[in-house]
Design a protein around this ligand. Structure first.
Ligand SMILES: [Zn+2]
Length: 266
């Protein structure tokens, strides 16, 4: 068996492992940032929808107050005209118009009351939420129970966290960019070399790594494949010790003696 071919492949795995370990420094950060971004979006939407409702209520209230004022103004006019009425018929007609305006006022006031009640109900629900917060009963708090100021604070906190995590990730990426680039170049060179010398081994390596598995070439550890811990038959040990390789019957990984990895570091 030509042992130099497997040495070339171990070297490739060693380089790929180095890239993996550098990339693993940022592990979790991109996912964490995604999760925070999602929370941020959710909180922003909550605040926006509350603001929309509040704006709508404010608009409606001022519209109703305007209606009431107009009605009152009309009533004053009608009353003035009544003092000048020339007969009962004219007077009664004005009384009817006054009555109509008074009904309009009453209706507007009912609508105003409704808005006030809605606002009070929201305040009460938020008060309940605040109480639950002081009692640390967070899992009982519903979306609408979250007090406005707490929600606002949450938004600010999330913004800070996202900014912080993004900066952290960026600095890791910048710090390691040079190493990763240089390793990637070595990987390309190594692959070109193996492609010429041992194409079938390279195909095997790529096939193994085509899924989520990263370690296609692994060490023999306590007479077992260190990828899946399945025992390697005794009659294959000698070959491995001599620098050959064994294809694990269980996981298909390429098992070699650990010495080969040490050599690959040079
Ligand atoms: Zn295995």
């Amino acid at each position: 068996m030509d042992h130099t071919k497997i040495n070339l492949l171990v070297k490739l795995q060693h380089l790929d492992n180095q890239i993996e370990s550098i990339v693993s420094l940022q592990k979790g950060l991109p996912e964490e940032i995604d999760a925070l971004d999602e929370d941020l979006l959710f909180t922003t939407r909550q605040i926006e929808s509350r603001k929309k409702i509040a704006d709508e209520q404010l608009k409606q209230r001022s519209r109703l107050h305007e209606t009431i004022n107009e009605c009152k103004h009309k009533i004053l006019n009608f009353k003035e005209k009544q003092t000048l009425a020339r007969n009962n018929k004219e007077y009664d007609a004005l009384s009817k118009q006054i009555e109509y305006e008074e009904k309009e006022i009453a209706q507007a006031e009912i609508q105003l009351q409704d808005i006030v009640h809605t606002i009070q109900r929201v305040e009460e629900i938020q008060k309940k939420g605040r109480q639950l917060i002081t009692e640390n009963r967070y899992d009982e708090i519903t979306e609408e129970m979250m007090p406005d100021d707490v929600l606002q604070q949450q938004l600010e906190d999330l913004n800070k966290q996202v900014t912080h995590k993004k900066e952290e990730l960026e600095s890791i990426v910048i710090e390691t960019a040079e190493d990763v680039d240089s390793l990637k170049k070595k990987v390309t060179d190594q692959r070109t070399l193996i492609d010429l010398e041992a194409k079938r081994l390279l195909d095997k390596y790529d096939h193994l790594r085509s899924g989520t598995l990263r370690n296609a070439v692994v060490k023999l550890n306590r007479n077992a494949c260190s990828g899946c811990n399945t025992r390697v038959p005794t009659n294959r040990h000698t070959m491995i010790v001599q620098g050959g390789f064994y294809l694990c019957e269980s996981c298909g990984r390429i098992v070699v003696h650990e010495r080969l990895f040490e050599e690959a570091e040079d």
